[in-house]
Design a protein around this ligand. Structure first.
Ligand SMILES: Nc1ncnc2c1ncn2[C@@H]1O[C@H](COP(=O)(O)OP(=O)(O)OP(=O)(O)O)[C@@H](O)[C@H]1O
Length: 299
């Protein structure tokens, strides 16, 4: 479990992480989302003790990172998979990490097999493709068989086969009961990978909840009628928010489908279509972070 409480980071005048409080629970994949510069990497660095908070606390399985005697046995992380000594072999890289955390050399072979790098283990890490580097980064994260995993943009730049492989691995790690926090820009990817989402913008918590809650809160009623303009005005008078959709359809929020149907009936408005549409995670994310992005662009 990872617990953040009032976590805050300021660089000079700039407030980069602003009073973040949330809990990342075991047995689930938690997606950590936010527009560029939202503060995701800074938050992850504070969880790992690489940056000191200006205020607030963060614990990993009940302890601050710096109190962990063998950190790799508690939390495995991948922040930058290219951050390896380029002339060291994959095997030597992992062996060095294992020895620094009192782990047996046998763990190196185990994780190399798990990530599919056993055949290239003696090749120097600097010659690895991006996909192989990501696998090596994951091997390092898994070395101590940790109950908690922290992965910063693990699918960035990977081909579809690599993306699918990492998605399966991440879901498997959560199914084993581990706590998994994964940051990503790819909403479509998070829709397939995460169970819960934490969304931040400008360093602040914007929303937190189960994946389905994000799309349900954004559900709209789709109305297709030849009297669109007049019916839109009537819906607005009834308290709905109406925006145009594709091909002249109306997208209605603030009123449920039965209310829209009753209103159409009372006004004798012919309906060609009346349906509920769940918005995609991408749309829900854009809605949630619109203010944070606009603020960023205006600065
Ligand atoms: N060491 C630093 N000194 C000053 N400012 C920093 C430092 N590290 C990060 N920042 C600033 O903090 C803000 C948040 O950065 P961070 O990398 O945490 O965001 P992010 O959500 O991970 O963004 P991205 O998705 O683009 O990686 C950015 O405006 C960045 O410029």
């Amino acid at each position: 479990m990872i617990q953040l409480s009032g976590l805050t980071k300021r660089y000079g005048e700039k407030l980069v992480v602003d009073d973040l409080t949330f809990t990342v629970r075991p047995g689930l994949v938690t997606g950590f989302l936010g527009p560029n510069g939202a503060g995701k990497s800074t938050t992850m660095r504070m969880i790992l003790g690489l940056d000191l908070p200006t205020a607030g606390t963060v614990t990993v399985n009940g302890r601050p990172y710096h109190e962990l005697l063998h950190p790799l046995r508690v939390i495995g992380s991948m922040l930058d998979s290219r951050a390896v000594h380029p002339w060291r072999s994959a095997y030597k890289h992992l062996l060095y990490l294992a020895q620094s955390n009192d782990l047996p050399a046998s763990r190196v072979d185990e994780v190399l097999h798990r990530v599919g790098l056993a055949d290239v283990a003696r090749r120097r890490a600097g010659a690895f493709s991006l996909g192989m580097s990501q696998r090596l980064g994951l091997a390092a994260a898994l070395l101590g068989d940790p109950p908690v995993l922290l992965l910063d943009e693990p699918v960035n730049g990977l081909d579809p086969e690599g993306v699918r492989w990492i998605r399966t691995l991440i879901r498997g790690l959560a199914a084993e009961g581990r706590t998994v926090l994964v940051s990503s820009h790819l909403m479509s990817e998070m829709a397939l990978t995460a169970d819960r989402l934490v969304v931040i913008g400008k360093g602040r918590l914007i929303a937190e909840g189960e994946l389905g809650e994000f799309t349900e809160t954004g559900a709209a009623v789709v109305v297709r009628t030849p009297d669109a303009a007049a019916f839109a005005r009537r819906l607005e008078l009834a308290g709905a928010h109406v925006r145009p959709g594709e091909g002249g359809e109306l997208l209605v929020t603030g009123l449920g489908m039965p209310d829209v149907g009753r209103l159409a009936c009372a006004e004798s408005v012919p309906l060609y279509e009346l349906a509920t549409r769940r918005v995609s995670l991408e749309e829900a994310f854009m809605d949630l972070t619109r203010d944070a992005v606009e603020y960023g662009a205006a600065r």
